[in-house]
Design a protein around this ligand. Structure first.
Ligand SMILES: Cc1cc2nc3c(=O)[nH]c(=O)nc-3n(C[C@H](O)[C@H](O)[C@H](O)COP(=O)(O)OP(=O)(O)OC[C@H]3O[C@@H](n4cnc5c(N)ncnc54)[C@H](O)[C@@H]3O)c2cc1C
Length: 387
């Protein structure tokens, strides 16, 4: 088989972003047989992963997302030690700024939940916000939440590190090879059609990021994952740039920023953005970002824009990932719909999906609330802390 250089794979992973790379590594580490990762671009991490802001946080609103962070973040911090690959990590915290009473009330409840699960987040009055982050204007802010264990990591470095480690463990990492279809018979996976021929395998993992819906449709699975464009900007270095990598998020507007290469990286969601694969930079959007940015970080007045780019969030209906096996198709597994949090949850997703494949169900954390059938079986639990 020219695609894999071998006659078949036990598992084919479709998609070479951080999710696919993490799954390939964890499967190989746990003795998952012949693993082949297929990435249609010539480089790994060329999709959402390479366009990501790199934040990790415990500050979510649902127990399952907080538990995913509690599993993932120690793995991000120990990445160099575990995989022997140095990555750039700054654990300088996340600060949410809250200027509406309903948001302040919801975030107080989030902090109580986080604390119950062992996360040392705290609610801050405006005076403490100014002490913690003198570069931030707290005008009109009612309060904030802060967790010192949140931070900024290295999506590309970790993707390359996972792929290199998976390769050392025997996985095939095939870039420039697109999956074109999935062959199933009698409800079972038989293999993947690729641009280099047919790859027979008993297990397929969908790790195609914003393209996951199309990949799932090949197996006859209706997967509710939709792409949504997000803009990111960096500035050139400037003298008054924040001195550390604290991630600051103005929750009402979703404007966020942190130090990056002596300047600032910033972005903001657009509530009117329709689902699409549009990756064009809208030149008019910067003005809206700066309107909020200058209000919250007045020093930005001295900065000039260096780069602008866009990437796609892969949104699920309840803003939680969709993980694990699919009832209707034996051998088909999902790792999709991370809704803008897939970098930080990639270590957890890797280990949990690998366990699900190898042991029948994930052992480290119960992922049944994250399976696709939840949309049919339960009322949704929405993650409200999405920016
Ligand atoms: C602007 C922006 C900021 C973000 N900030 C954060 C953040 O601060 N923290 C955080 O945790 N997350 C953040 N995210 C989200 C995060 O980037 C994603 O959740 C994560 O990268 C998803 O990884 P993935 O591997 O699933 O997807 P991707 O990185 O998109 O990888 C999927 C891969 O599949 C490949 N592929 C698709 N179809 C096929 C096919 N048919 N055959 C072969 N290959 C195929 C694609 O080429 C792609 O490389 C952000 C995202 C964006 C866009």
């Amino acid at each position: 088989m020219t695609c894999s250089g071998r006659a078949y794979a036990d598992t084919a992973v479709i998609g070479g972003g951080i999710i696919g790379a993490s799954i390939a590594y964890h499967l190989s580490r746990l003795g998952g047989g012949r693993v082949v990762l297929l990435e249609r671009e010539n480089l790994l991490g060329a999709g959402s992963t390479g366009r990501c802001a790199g934040g990790f946080r415990h500050q979510f609103s649902t127990e399952i997302n907080i538990r995913l962070s509690l599993l993932s973040i120690p793995m991000i911090l120990a990445f160099h030690e575990e995989l022997g690959c140095p990555v750039d990590v700054h654990q300088d915290g996340y600060l949410f700024l809250l200027s509406r009473p309903e948001h302040a009330a919801a975030f107080r409840a989030n902090v109580a939940l986080q604390n119950r699960l062992g996360v040392p987040s705290e609610y801050l009055e405006p005076e403490r916000i100014s002490l913690l982050a003198p570069h931030v204007s707290a005008e009109g802010v009612l309060g904030g939440t802060y967790c010192a264990r949140d931070g900024i990591g290295d999506p590309n470095g970790m993707t390359q590190g996972y792929a290199a480690a998976a390769r050392r463990l025997g996985a095939g990492i095939r870039t420039g090879v697109a999956a074109l279809g999935i062959r199933c018979a009698r409800g079972k996976i038989e293999g993947v059609e690729t641009t280099r021929g047919f790859l027979p395998c008993g297990t397929v993992v969908n790790a195609a990021g914003p393209h996951a819906r199309e990949v799932a449709s090949w197996a006859g699975v209706d997967l509710p994952v939709f792409p949504e464009r997000r803009h990111v900007y960096t500035t050139f270095p400037f003298p008054e740039a924040p001195s550390n990598h604290l991630m600051v998020i103005d929750f009402a507007t979703t404007f966020y920023f942190h130090r990056e290469s002596g300047g600032v990286l910033m972005g903001m969601g657009d509530p009117d953005e329709p689902p699409s694969f549009n990756l064009k930079v809208d030149p008019d959007f910067l003005e809206r970002v700066l309107e909020v940015g200058l209000q919250r970080c007045p020093a930005l007045a001295d900065a000039s824009i260096h780069r602008a780019w866009t990437g796609l969030y892969e949104m699920s209906p309840d803003a939680h990932p969709i993980l694990g096996r699919v009832g209707e198709v034996e051998g088909f597994y999902l790792a999709n719909g991370f809704s803008g949090h897939g970098f930080q949850h990639a270590p957890a997703a890797g280990i949990l999906v690998a366990e699900e494949i190898l042991f029948g169900s994930a052992r480290t954390l119960d992922i049944s609330p994250l399976r696709l059938d939840r949309f049919r079986l339960h009322p949704p639990i929405r993650e409200s802390n999405v920016v």
